[in-house]
Structures are given as structure tokens and as C-alpha cells.
Ligand binder design. Structure first.
Ligand code: PMP
Length: 361
């Protein structure tokens, strides 16, 4: 069977050249005589891999020197607990902007250890937009201010980030890290599960400003304390070695392509193609407010459940797969992460046009 265009929200498609490179090194990593999967995490060869992965990520995201880069486990979901356990050092208060399923999951974890103020929410319109924020509502003594910068399920993203002054801004960037240029210095903590734009599942990247490490709550388990992983450079225990190696290959691929700015330009072309069609279509609609649309996750509907099902089934036969919307919202969703080529989006749009012609009301 030929490779399909995989629009999955995650684990998602990986760049084909990366998969081929990994395949060529699967059995014998150069000069090591063994697979990366068989290597000690304390070996020279693996040290080279994790150091290079960090160095490439720093370069790609222009991460300032006063930030640590960590490769952790537990998925982005574990960060919902690690963030409050490590950052509730003073007032034990946090401001949250509630924008969808992933903040819904993060909020209760912070509530276990402190006070959560939901300063804005888009729940009134099924999270179809990013709320406008009023600085006067921010709590100046909060220990952190939390956002999910790209909402994977709802298909929204922040186009500008709140100015939180002295309060560290924490962003769950799981579904759009490395897709557009961002200024890391505006954030206290950035975290992202790997399985969209970084590599296979199993590793979570955390980028944290130095001064935010070291004041975790006393109850914090050793493994959940950022200080543990900073001290041992993500090698306190056995890290997900193969996932880190794959991330290194993805970072190399992205660098060769011209870096994040070049990637952003391709991503904009892909997104414009799809949104442009959605806005001109009589059959398909985007439920997301125009100014808040994600470049990565594009939900769309026909308004008719039966027709949605037919679309998904027929698209699958054309090699356009994983187009179902999240089980909580239904409809369709095309995730067009970094590794989705422009041709994949073009093929999807061509198919949508054809489907519309054949299924006119
Ligand atoms: N946050 C966002 C924005 C996500 O999209 C996801 C996963 N799709 C998560 C958190 C949870 O990630 P994980 O499965 O790695 O815990």
C-alpha cells in the first residue's frame, strides 16, 4: 500500500525523509554498531544525540541562554501537574484563559494545589474563538498565567500573546510548536508533547526560564520537579531515547528546510489554501472565528452528520485519512502540521471540490 496523506491530530505524520533516515540507521547507528534503541542513555553516542537535539532546538527557536530545555516523559498532560507543583511558590494563585478541551483538563490539576482564576473563556460559543483579554483583569500577584496557544480540537490559536508583565506566561504549545516564529523570551514556560511537530510520542519538550526552577512545593515528587531534570540534563533516569533521536532528525530536517520562518511561510500557504476553499464553499464551513484560526488544525463541517460520514469514508478511499473531527465535537478536522506537504492539502481541497459538486443540495 502506498503512503497516504495522514491528517491525524497526533500522533501525526512525520517527514518522509526523516523516516527514511531513521530506517537507514535503525539497525546500526553510525560508529556505534548498534541501534539507538539498544544504547545506554549514558553512552557517548547517546550523549551526542541528546546534546545535538537540544542545540538544534535552541537554534530553531532562538531560545535565550537563560532558559533550560528539558526532554521529559508523561506527555503534555503531565505538565498540567508539573507547572503548578513547580510554579506555585508564592501566592499559589494562577490566571487561566479557558479556550477548550485542553485547558479544561489543565485547570483541575492546578486547582489541586492553589487558586485558579479563569479570567476569560470562550465556552459560551463552543470555544470557537480566542477571548479578547483585558489587562486590568489579570492578577498581578499570580504565580503564573496559563494559556493553550493552539487549541488542537477546536482549531483556534493566539495571534498575539498577552503581556503579563512580571507574571510568567505559561503556554501549552503542543500542537503548534515550531510551526511559526515565536519570541521565547515572552514566556516563562513553554511545553509540548512531541507527537505533532517534534517526533513520535514519548517525549515532551519543556522550555523553562532559569529563575522558575527551584521553588517547587514540598510535596512535589522528585520526578515531577523541574530542578531534578535541570540538574541531570534530562538524564536523571532513562529518558525516551529513541523518541529523542527522532526529534533530533526532525530538527535537522527543519533546519535544512530553512528553519521555522521558512516553515511558517509554507504553513501559511497550506492553511490559506484550505481556508480559502472553505470560505468559498457552499457545502463546507469552518466553525472558527476568522481572526483566531489555527494554522495547524482545521475543523470543518457540512452541517449534516450523514454527509460528514460519507465524506470521511470517500476521502479515505482516495488516500486522505484521519479526517474525523475529535469525538467531542464531530464533523471533520484536517491537521496540517509541519510534515504535511502542500500536495497533501492540495489533494484534499481538490477532493472537497469534487465531493461538493457530487453532493450539491
Ligand atoms: N495539550 C494539547 C494542546 C494537545 O493537543 C494534547 C494532545 N493532543 C495534549 C495537551 C495532551 O498531550 P499528551 O497526550 O501528550 O498528554
Amino acid at each position: 500500500m502506498a503512503r497516504v496523506y495522514n491528517f491525524s491530530a497526533g500522533p501525526a505524520c512525520l517527514p518522509e525523509p526523516v523516516l527514511k533516515k531513521a530506517a537507514s540507521e535503525l539497525v546500526e547507528y553510525p560508529q556505534a554498531g548498534m541501534s539507538v534503541m539498544e544504547m545506554s542513555h549514558r553512552s557517548k553516542a547517546f550523549e551526542g544525540i541528546i546534546t545535538r537535539a537540544e542545540q538544534l532546538l535552541r537554534e530553531l527557536m532562538n531560545i535565550p541562554d537563560n532558559y533550560h530545555v528539558l526532554f521529559l516523559q508523561g506527555g503534555a498532560s503531565l505538565q498540567f501537574s508539573m507547572v503548578p507543583l513547580n510554579l506555585f511558590g508564592k501566592s499559589k494563585k494562577a490566571d487561566f484563559v479557558h479556550t477548550g478541551e485542553w485547558t479544561k483538563k489543565a485547570i483541575p490539576e492546578s486547582k489541586r494545589y492553589g487558586t485558579v482564576n479563569i479570567i476569560a473563556s470562550s465556552e459560551d460559543k463552543k470555544f470557537s474563538y480566542i477571548p479578547k483579554l483585558d489587562k486590568n483583569t489579570f492578577n498581578p500577584d499570580a504565580d503564573f498565567f496559563y494559556i493553550c496557544s493552539n487549541n488542537t480540537i477546536e482549531g483556534t490559536r493566539y495571534h498575539t500573546y498577552p503581556d503579563t508583565g512580571e507574571v510568567p506566561l505559561v503556554a501549552d504549545m503542543s500542537s503548534h510548536i515550531l510551526s511559526e516564529v515565536i519570541d521565547v523570551s515572552k514566556f516563562g514556560v513553554i511545553f509540548a508533547g512531541a507527537q505533532k511537530n517534534i517526533g513520535p510520542a514519548g517525549v515532551t519538550v519543556v522550555i523553562i526560564r532559569n529563575d522558575l526552577v527551584g521553588s517547587a512545593l514540598d510535596i512535589t515528587p522528585t520526578m515531577l520537579n523541574y530542578a531534578t531534570h535541570v540538574k541531570d540534563k534530562s538524564l536523571f533516569n532513562t529518558p525516551p531515547t529513541y523518541s529523542i533521536y527522532m526529534a533530533m532528525l526532525v530538527f535537522e530536517w527543519l533546519k535544512d528546510l530553512g528553519g521555522v520562518a521558512a516553515m511558517e511561510s509554507i504553513n501559511r500557504t497550506k492553511a490559506n489554501l484550505l481556508y480559502g476553499f472553505l470560505d468559498s464553499s457552499d457545502l463546507f464551513k469552518s466553525p472558527v472565528s476568522k481572526e483566531d484560526r489555527s494554522l495547524m488544525n482545521v475543523p470543518f463541517v457540512t452541517g449534516n452528520d450523514e454527509l460528514d460520514k460519507k465524506f470521511i469514508a470517500e476521502a479515505g478511499k482516495q488516500g486522505l485519512v484521519q479526517l474525523s473531527g475529535h469525538r467531542s465535537v464531530g464533523g471533520m478536522r484536517a491537521s496540517i502540521y509541519n510534515a504535511m506537504p502542500l500536495e497533501g492539502v492540495q489533494k484534499l481541497v481538490d477532493f472537497m471540490k469534487q465531493f461538493e459538486m457530487e453532493n450539491k443540495k
